[in-house]
Design a protein around this ligand. Structure first.
Ligand code: FES
Length: 524
């Protein structure tokens, strides 16, 4: 039986084993108390702890990647480690494995991509995406007794690997993947309301369309939209829940969309405690409450917020202990040390300006062209035409520097403000901000490898043949499995960057290109 345990979490239970996937159950939420499970699942977390203590079954816990809404160390610490076998991918960055070993569990199984791992009648496969900007995995589960096959991609966007996965696993009966956004663009950018809504709408439509296309490919018996969206209970972020349009659509809205677009596929919007049981050719679904849709009502958020107010009070107390001047100096040193290993062969004519809300007269400037960090006045002459700005409170930066969160967590906590001019995505700046200093070097080598890729493919777009770079300049996805939109754009299957063939293969809203060459010679 498969049980949804909240957010991206599932429990698969047989007569002999229990497999938990990404249990995010903490009352503290994730990303320094910024994200919260919705609908709440904390009670279920307590129940599962009890089950683990009492059961004689083998317990396996799969951790897909290190983001805190999947890798909930505070919750894992409360479980009886002597009974737990962890399963996690063999990523280049071994942070998850190290942290799991610190828990002193029964075992930590570190699996390679696509290799079978068997637990009695169950075969497991991890499908891994390991590059410096994205490190994630999905889980394939085959129950040989009930002939159930489950593919849980959570937020791992390896959509282009679906044919290969089906080849390994056979027909997928239950499929789950994320359908909502989960990044800081456009959430933290200072866009006017209209532009913010337009960007969000485009992102939501793109994501809905991408999941629809995978469903057509996989054609599962049932699809479970999961892995978000979260809600935001911190007063500073609470308004996000009520925006007319943002990148966090309700699963009920997505269900309506899919019901029209792929009517033959059964959609199960789950709530914590929803069970799915395979019965021959059908899958029976039972929810823990009648009117389960009501659990998604935003009217409940105020009482949810009140139920964890003690956590925010504690956090607030810690924030005031950070002296802005001291944090400013420590941040300067941190950024300087991040820049040491930041080596790219191409010139980056861009300035990153980092300021603290409490320090009004000056900011830290990172000049990527000359690889220099300096402090200057807020309206410094250092500023070039290509400027990326970030600001946050001394308290939030202090907690980052004190290790309550890492850089990636900090960026996902949505407590900073961003502005970029021109308004284009720049892979290198993004990488510089989200990487830990020990990962900057690997990030730069990967990026340079990508830029030096010489392999080309031919594609037909809008009736014209083009030669383009084979690998996406964002994260290296093979563009052979991309698709064409509006007769002029080649779309990368991973994050749906659109490359304009009528503009030399330049990606929309980024500084990247796939160097399209018109093979038909007339440029049309
Ligand atoms: S890999 Fe991200 S858009 Fe291509």
């Amino acid at each position: 039986m498969l049980t949804f345990i909240g957010h991206a979490g599932f429990k698969y239970e047989t007569e002999e084993s229990i497999i938990l996937m990404d249990p995010w159950m903490s009352r503290e939420g994730a990303f320094d108390n910024a994200w919260y499970q919705f609908p709440p699942n904390h009670k279920l977390g307590d129940e599962m702890r009890e089950i683990i203590t009492k059961t004689s079954k083998d317990i396996f816990i799969y951790i897909s990647h290190e983001h805190k809404d999947h890798f909930d160390i505070p919750y894992l610490k409360t479980l009886d480690q002597s009974k737990i076998n962890y399963i996690t991918p063999n990523f280049r960055r071994d942070h998850v494995v190290k942290e799991l070993n610190k828990l002193k569990p029964k075992s930590v199984e570190v699996l390679e991509d696509s290799k079978k791992f068997s637990i009695k009648d169950i075969d497991l496969f991890l499908f891994i995406d390991d590059n410096e900007l994205n490190r994630d995995s999905g889980l394939g589960l085959i129950d040989n007794k009930t002939q159930t096959t489950i593919l849980n991609l959570n937020d791992c966007k390896i959509y282009y690997r679906i044919p290969e996965i089906i080849n390994i696993m056979g027909k997928i009966t239950i499929f789950s993947c994320q359908f909502s956004g989960a990044v800081f663009h456009p959430v933290c950018y200072d866009y006017p309301v209209k532009k913010y809504s337009e960007i969000s709408k485009t992102k939501v439509e793109g994501k809905f369309g991408a999941v629809k296309r995978i469903l057509e490919q996989i054609n599962p018996r049932i699809y479970i939209p999961a892995a978000g969206p979260p809600v935001f209970l911190d007063q500073q972020l609470f308004h996000i829940n009520f925006q007319d349009t943002n990148i966090f659509p309700s699963p009920l809205v997505f269900k309506d969309y899919l019901t029209k677009e792929v009517p033959k596929i059964k959609i199960c919007v789950p709530v914590p405690g929803t069970n799915l049981i395979s019965k021959g050719a059908t899958i029976e679904v039972s929810h823990p409450v009648n009117n389960y849709e009501k659990l998604f009502s935003l009217d409940t958020l105020e009482s949810y917020q009140a139920s964890v107010q003690d956590i925010f009070d504690k956090r607030k107390e810690s924030l005031i202990s950070y002296a802005p001047k001291t944090i400013f100096s420590s941040l300067f040193e941190e950024l300087k040390s991040k820049l040491v290993d930041f080596e790219l062969t191409h010139e980056m004519d861009v300035i990153l300006k980092f300021s603290l809300d409490e320090i009004t007269g000056k900011a830290i400037y990172i000049d990527f062209k000359n690889l220099k960090v300096s402090v200057d006045s807020i309206d410094s002459k250092l500023v070039s035409s290509n400027l990326y700005e970030i600001s946050a409170s001394a308290g939030d930066v202090g907690r980052l520097l004190d290790g309550y969160q890492n850089w990636d967590d900090f960026m996902l906590s949505f407590r900073h403000k961003l502005h970029r001019s021109p308004d284009i995505y720049q892979v290198a700046i993004n990488g510089f901000l989200i990487m830990e200093k020990e990962d900057i070097n690997a990030f730069c080598s990967n990026l340079m490898k990508l830029e030096n890729q010489k392999e080309r493919i031919n594609v037909e777009v809008g009736g014209t043949n083009y030669s383009v770079d084979k690998f996406c300049p964002h994260q290296g996805t093979d563009l052979s499995s991309g698709w064409v939109e509006d007769g002029r754009y080649l779309v990368c299957p991973k994050h749906r960057w659109m490359f304009d063939m009528e503009n030399g293969g330049k990606a929309l809203e980024t500084d990247a290109t796939i160097n399209a060459v018109d093979l038909d010679g007339d440029g049309s």
